[in-house]
Write a protein that binds this ligand. Sequence first.
Ligand code: SF4
Length: 412
Amino acid sequence: MISPLSVYIHIPFCLSKCPYCDFFSVQRDASGVNPSEYFRWLELEVELLCRRIKGLEGRTIASLYFGGGTPSLFAPAMYGGLIARLTAAFVFAPNLEGTLEINPGTLGGNESNGKHSCPSSSTDPPVVALPDSNRLESFLKMGINRLSVGVQSFSDRTLERLGRAHRTAETLVLLEWIRARAAKAAGNLTWCMDLIFGAPGQSLADWQGDLQRALAWQPHHLSVYGLTVHKGTPFAHLQREGRLDLPDEETQRAMFLEARHTLTAAGYEHYEISNYARPGFRSRHNECYWTGGEYLGLGPSAHSFVAGVRWANPPNLLRYGETLEAGRLPRRFDRAPKGRARLGEQVMLGLRRLEGIDLEAFRARIGCDLTQAYGREIARLAEAGFLELAHGRLRLTEEGLLVADAVMTEFF
Ligand code: SF4
């Protein structure tokens, strides 16, 4: 039986560019591309993919994920043509998981545009762009049943230092709407929050405050990311000049562990390095990536893995569009990973999950006995306290979670 596909759709427009971000995205009003044209390119990509990849058309889609960028910047009507194209080309599973990433302050006709309406005196309440509930309702009608909110922090000072376009007041009105709507949907609407720790000037106490405020909302799912300074970003530049006041390594470790202990004590399953879910609310879309499932990524910089071939689109909006207009698929690379690279990739994905790798299932799926292929590496990492091998599974220890990237490089 052919397994279902997951589909990721990249919407690479943002109100403004956050100085730490290395995702491919452009400022909406300065992109030089009309967003409706972009949505047409996405349709074109679906059409070309179905024409070029034998057996793709007609496959079942288990999850659809609109990520970015900021997908919530656009009215649901903009998505209509693309959804129609996807519906014509594929079969949507009856229990389809449809996720939309939302940034606070981007769901009204009057979004803040990254400029914050400051009260003229300290007693004035902040002016907040209210989310347009018609827009949200239309997204739900479109098949969205999982809302992922980019909260990042409940502290305006932290949001400002992260260069985020929104403020806490906007987050709160959005969460209020979502929580009420989810209650009305009686289990048919899941919602999630993204938080960041290790922001400039953030203390452990600040982070504890963020976790407590997040927990008070009782989201179904929480993604908790440590800030990474990526090459080429404004934060990397500030860091080089010694002007980025990040928490030290010890504090960042303590922040990771604080999240792990606080959230698991509150009943969340820590199921992937950066992800926590109430029982039954894991992200099925992301689980597809981590378990070696097949996925199709649409849009510039999106990655795909179908029929043993992995490819990525170029992180360039114009090149993406021009290539499609010329009747070609915009692929930056296109390869079937083999040998140690393939194994390393699978180990890396498997170790991201807290339950680790089921060695027997790995052997059946990939045809390799990990304890033989990596006997020395596993023994060394287990001896150092980063890995454990028990009950037929290989997994990271708590100490290993803190240095996961370094552990994973040992398998390549
Ligand atoms: S909103 Fe998200 S995708 Fe857009 S610039 Fe900020 S971090 Fe990057």
